[in-house]
Design a protein. Structure first.
Length: 317
């Protein structure tokens, strides 16, 4: 099998898939859960080229996305690619169900189960849907028997009787990115760093609260902005912030505080099985620290996680 490494090979793949998709789908309708990650975004862009408005993209905002992500998905797909896009803000539904739940695995199960409920509700509103689009890629098949667990829709085909449509299922991640570039998706989406299915829910450790979740979101946005300014975007494999569920004493404007720490995590890896810690230049680390302390509400300390994998994992939960 020829690896897709050039724009020319990507164009050939796109044309081949458009023909195959039209043959499989005909004049049928396809439903796709669009997370905004590279896999589902490339899958959606391919389907738009092949069947246009016969594709309905459903973007569910579970309230655990990074700052600006939901807005970017709507802008790119609705305003630039002309997609038939349904946007659902289900923040309150998810956060209400997650209230008081501290076990990481239980949090994942709640997020996955509620996603399916929300998606099913939307599916039932659309008549004539026979197909489910999924951004399954080849490593998913190798690692999880073909179930695209990242998008939390593994149970939907059986429950709703949909036939799967998986146009990038034989591609590796780097090939998907090449195809995404040729389809005109923005670099910020094509080269998006890995992001867990439960989103910021696993970076707001312990029981999720709305104020601490907002601290994660805002501190993460500062970190990503400063890394981009420093030219580290795309050079460091993954970087993000965590706000643990504990507080410490601080002081500001002569008053004692009882606030959270923000932990910065930045790692490099080739296979995610092992990871090394990125050495951030002190002036940059200091600038990020000062911004977080000044701009993020409820925070009084910034820490840097120096732990490689093993023995630490990349994510905290």
């Amino acid at each position: 099998m020829v690896r897709i490494t050039t724009p020319e090979l990507a164009d050939a793949f796109i044309n081949e898939q458009i023909e195959a998709l039209r043959k499989q789908i005909g004049d049928g309708k396809v439903l796709l859960a669009l997370s905004g990650g590279v896999d589902s975004s490339v899958c959606a862009a391919l389907l738009i080229k092949a069947i246009g408005k016969n594709l309905t993209c459903v973007h569910v905002n579970h309230g655990l996305l990074r700052k600006g992500e939901a807005e970017q998905v709507v802008d790119v797909f609705r305003n630039h690619l002309g997609a038939n896009l349904v946007y659902i803000d289900a923040t309150d539904r998810f956060l209400d169900k997650l209230a008081g739940v501290s076990d990481p695995e239980q949090k994942r199960k709640i997020i996955g189960a509620e996603f399916i409920v929300v998606f099913e509700e939307e599916a039932k509103k659309i008549e004539g849907v026979k197909f489910l689009g999924q951004g399954t890629i080849y490593p998913d098949i190798l690692e999880s028997n073909g179930v695209k667990a990242h998008h939390n829709v593994g149970g939907l085909p059986e429950r709703l009787g949909f036939e799967l449509v998986e146009p990038v299922k034989l591609l590796f991640k780097d090939e998907v990115r090449v195809v995404g570039k040729q389809l005109g998706l923005p670099d910020s989406m094509v080269f998006r760093q890995p992001f867990p299915g439960p989103g910021l829910g696993v970076r707001c450790t312990g029981a999720i609260t709305r104020d601490r979740l907002e601290a994660v979101r805002e501190s993460d946005a500062i970190l990503r902005e400063e890394f981009a300014k420093a030219g580290l975007e795309g050079k460091v494999w993954q970087y993000f912030t965590i706000v643990p569920d504990y507080r410490s004493t601080g002081v500001k404007d002569g008053k004692r505080l009882w606030d959270w720490p923000v932990v910065i995590r930045a790692v490099n890896t080739t296979d995610a099985m092992t990871a090394t810690v990125e050495e951030i230049p002190w002036p940059l680390l200091n600038k990020i620290t000062q911004r977080i302390l000044a701009e993020v509400k409820g925070v009084n300390r910034v820490l840097y996680d120096l732990s490689p994998k093993p023995c630490a994992t990349i994510e905290w939960e």
